[in-house]
Design a binder for this molecule. Structure first.
Ligand code: ADP
Ligand code: MG
Length: 267
């Protein structure tokens, strides 16, 4: 079943004022249309500045597009009642790149993961404790971490806490915007593996936004490529990139062996 439909999205920011002159900047997004099925992972790749994060914020209902529609489970995100909005807020979660900045440094990990439960569920204290232990276990964190503050955790652990918090309300879709980009390769692989297991176990859909083609390929069932705010190519999991913008991204990947790297750069 279709979970998300993004139709003809356009986004244009007002020009930053220069000598009181008001005008329009070039559109950041143009005619962006795609859909996502339940339980599917769609990768969105593109160079920095191509509009990926703006699109992510629009999908999350954080930023209203200039034109177009976002339908989540058939409901238009930007034309809905507050009752529906609350349901959508449960089902639609996000994990961003800089996990530390999304925490209140004074809170414990327990309090951070507890927050969505306090806001949306009618759980008793014991039920919340049980649920938080379960969530930390889901992301392979020891329950002893619950009493720590975010600053006492490594980057990988912080990102797992973010994932645990995003999972707390059993969402249908998580938008992952460069969510693993700041982690080293080994941790990235580990978290991708974890995300894929959770996807299967919890029937989760993801939008995996990244500039990293390899991680996106590994993670996604389908990939779209963005260039200057437009979707220029869509490929299946095992299909090759063809569009020049995709090939440019692809060719920018450094070969893993330094000798290959030298060859590539001096060719
Ligand atoms: P990406 O995530 O692909 O790097 P972004 O969506 O962050 O791209 O940015 C796309 C373009 O939109 C950039 O040119 C950026 O400067 C512009 N942009 C993003 N947010 C705003 C904003 N709030 N106001 C004005 N311009 C913005
Ligand atoms: Mg971005």
């Amino acid at each position: 079943m279709t979970l998300l439909e993004v139709k003809n999205i356009e986004m244009q920011y007002a020009q930053r004022s220069f000598m009181f002159k008001r005008g329009q900047e070039d559109p950041v997004l143009q005619e962006v249309t795609f859909s996502l099925q339940e339980g599917e992972c769609l990768g969105i790749v593109g160079q920095s500045g191509s509009g990926k994060s703006t699109l992510g914020r629009i999908i999350l209902g954080i930023e209203r597009p200039t034109k177009g529609e976002v339908l989540f489970q058939g409901i238009n995100l930007y034309e809905t009642t507050s009752k529906h909005k609350k349901i959508i807020r449960r089902d639609l979660q996000a994990v961003f790149q800089n996990s530390y900045h999304s925490f209140n440094p004074k809170q414990t990990i327990f309090e951070i993961v507890e927050e969505p439960l306090l806001n949306f569920e009618q759980f008793s204290k014991t039920e919340r404790q049980h649920k938080i232990r379960e969530l930390l276990d889901c992301v392979e964190l020891e329950s002893t971490i619950a009493q720590k503050n975010p600053s006492q955790l490594s980057g990988g652990q912080q990102q797992r806490v973010n994932i645990a918090r995003a999972l707390a309300l059993n969402p249908k879709l998580i938008v992952l915007d460069e969510a693993i980009s700041s982690l080293d390769m080994i941790l990235q692989k580990h978290i991708i593996h974890l995300l894929k297991t959770l996807q299967k176990d919890m029937q989760l859909a993801y939008i995996f936004i990244s500039h990293d083609l390899q991680a996106t390929r590994y993670m996604s069932d389908r990939i779209v490529v963005m260039e200057h705010g437009q979707l220029v190519e869509e490929i299946g999991k095992d299909e090759a990139y063809k569009h020049p913008a995709s090939l440019e991204l692809y060719n920018a990947i450094l070969p893993s062996h330094p000798r290959e790297r030298t060859k590539k750069f001096f060719r």
